[in-house]
Design a protein around this ligand. Structure first.
Ligand SMILES: Cc1cc2nc3c(=O)[nH]c(=O)nc-3n(C[C@H](O)[C@H](O)[C@H](O)COP(=O)(O)O)c2cc1C
Length: 217
């Protein structure tokens, strides 16, 4: 039973139901995604942006998974399944400064960053020039993108490219994430693909793979 952060997760679920009427927004603009030939899976996850103790107990958190001894976040698992289906690379969005190991402290910091419209500095870069498609996998942080993902969109002009969006969350679904990306990348084809509850990400592997296959049919 995963206990850690349960109160916060329940709060997200309840508030989301009130704010959104329980549903993800539909993205039915007349979007014409391009054929996918050259793509990369870009993801942000708490795990890759936090220094966890080697013996961190994954059973106490809904967003920590251990696979063959390696600690992985929910977004990372989804990103790896997409990359496997489309035969491409994953690229992680990594901030220069790590987030606190304590879940509640990260939640507080993320709230402050959102209030401050912060753009945390990123460590790595990706050559997007020849890509026609970015598969973006992101957690929902406070009903929106984590601020490091805002930094990513500030740094890259993805005009004319497909951005296929997968969100992992604990009850809020996409919230306003699709609208945010459309604001940040107004000349990209932004497509809402799938939202996956973090606590059940492993049960959704086949659905994620099937949905990804549909996108490249
Ligand atoms: C800072 C922070 C803010 C979060 N805000 C929300 C939220 O607003 N709504 C929600 O449903 N889940 C929220 N969550 C839960 C995460 O979206 C969820 O656990 C996700 O699966 C984590 O993915 P990751 O393991 O790749 O980081 C938040 C988690 C954190 C750490």
């Amino acid at each position: 039973m995963k206990r850690y952060g349960t109160a916060i997760i329940t709060t997200f679920a309840l508030l989301s139901a009130i704010l959104t009427g329980c549903g993800d927004k539909s993205n039915n603009d007349s979007i014409q995604p391009k054929p996918v030939n050259n793509s990369a899976v870009v993801y942000f996850s708490r795990v890759g942006n936090t220094d966890f103790a080697d013996d961190v107990d994954v059973t106490t958190s809904a967003s920590l998974n251990r696979e063959n001894g390696e600690l992985k976040g929910n977004a990372q698992l989804i990103a790896e399944w997409i990359a496997d289906e489309v035969n491409t690379e994953t690229v992680e969005i990594v901030t220069e400064e790590k987030y606190p190991e304590n879940y509640d402290s990260t939640v507080d910091q993320a709230k402050n960053e959102q209030g401050d419209k912060a753009r945390p500095k990123l460590k790595n870069s990706i050559d997007v020039k020849d890509l026609d498609t970015i598969w973006l996998v992101t957690p929902n942080w406070w009903y929106d993108l984590p601020m490091p993902v805002y930094t990513f969109f500030d740094e890259y002009d993805l005009s004319g490219k497909n951005i296929f969006v997968y969100v992992t969350h604990e009850g809020s679904g996409f919230s306003k994430i699709i609208d945010t990306i459309k604001d940040l990348e107004p000349d990209a084809q932004v497509v809402e693909v799938l939202s996956v509850k973090g606590g059940s990400v492993k049960d959704e592997e086949q659905k994620i793979r099937d949905k990804t296959k549909e996108m490249i049919k």
